[in-house]
Design a protein around this ligand. Structure first.
Ligand SMILES: [Zn+2]
Length: 343
């Protein structure tokens, strides 16, 4: 499922803005499967059937599949930046992780304003290398996750209304299918958030000053996404699932920015692992043949578990915090009266 990427060094500028995948499909599947393991026994049963589990696992790869129609312009434009946030670049725009706007278009406006006010601070963008118009951006992953959480909470809200106020079997089934779809797709971005190379400008090799002599080859990204695991026989979900605790609430819908700030903190914690990840590579601990490769493996498995844990917490919170869709309840209450009138 990977696009061909030349392993040669590209310019610093291209490194800083080129779109990136995170975990290969196998890793993303694992994140979604690990998240399922976090759900409590009283979580809605329709999510836990074998078919639903497989659907949720399959959908972990969906936003990467969207990348594969390479002749499209609109989809890469909107999809590409949802997979990452180059945290260090916020500073170039006069922003910090703590003060960056919580709403996507407010954030975009800030980026545009900073460029317009201080064009001299930014490298000129080559239109030939910017077909999808994403090079002006630094990534939207925490915004995308927050938005998906809203969709999931909405879906649980109307499911609850249908279930409690006489929705038809078809309506309930449709609501449940929507929930499975959203759970699966949003899992992709939460998984991206646990891959350190998705929270940094050093995503395809170290760029700029490099006092520690970290790897600069762009192929490092693909190695972390899946190359390492492929070499050791794949991701073993059963061996990681022990790291998962029961899901907890994350984010308070009564505080508008709370969930977003927690997603920023999630990416901030991931970004702290960028240098340690490069250090592991430098010490050859991400080389399966090395006697200390277990350290590298444990590091990557812990990140898959972090992604799965966060995702399980987000799913659980959306379900717990969803109140019955009031508009729909009102409409559903009219139904028996309406059908009686027509008789
Ligand atoms: Zn991704």
């Amino acid at each position: 499922m990977k696009l061909f990427r030349p392993a040669t060094l590209v310019t610093l500028f291209t490194l800083a803005v080129s779109p990136a995948r995170a975990w290969d499909y196998e890793g993303h599947r694992a994140v979604n499967q690990l998240a399922l393991a976090a759900l409590p026994t009283n979580f809605p049963a329709f999510v836990k059937t074998a078919e639903a589990r497989e659907r949720i696992a399959f959908l972990a790869g969906e936003p990467d599949r969207w990348r594969n129609i390479t002749d499209d312009q609109a989809l890469p434009h909107v999809n590409g930046p949802d997979h990452y946030l180059d945290l260090e670049q916020l500073e170039e725009f006069g922003l910090t992780p703590e003060t960056v706007p919580a709403l996507r278009y407010d954030f975009v406006a800030k980026l545009a304003l900073a460029r317009a006010q201080h064009p001299e601070k930014f490298t000129a963008i080559d239109p030939a290398k910017n077909k999808d118009h994403t090079r002006e951006l630094v990534g939207f992953a925490p915004w995308a996750i927050t938005e998906y959480c809203g969709k999931l909470r909405s879906e649980f809200s109307y499911l609850k209304a249908f279930q409690h106020y006489g929705g038809t079997a078809d309506e309930i089934a449709n609501a449940q299918q929507n929930i499975l779809y959203t759970m699966g797709v949003m899992g992709h971005y939460v998984g991206d958030g646990s891959q350190p190379l998705h929270a940094t400008k050093h995503h395809h090799g170290w760029v700029g000053e490099n006092p520690h002599g970290y790897a600069t080859n762009s192929s490092f990204h693909g190695w972390i996404d899946g190359g390492f695991f492929k070499k050791i026989g794949g991701v073993k979900v059963d061996a990681i699932v022990g790291k998962i605790r029961p899901a907890k609430i994350v984010g308070d819908p009564l505080k508008p920015e709370d969930l977003f700030r927690q997603m920023m903190a999630y990416f901030g914690d991931t970004e702290k692992l960028v240098a340690p990840l490069y250090q592991l590579e430098k010490e050859h601990k991400l080389t399966p043949e090395n006697e200390h490769a277990d350290e590298g493996k444990a590091f990557l498995e812990t990140q898959l578990a972090r992604g799965g844990q966060m995702l399980g917490d987000l799913w659980f919170s959306a379900w717990e915090q969803a109140t019955e869709d009031r508009y729909l309840v009102t409409e559903l209450k009219k139904r028996p009266a309406a059908s009686a009138e027509t008789k």
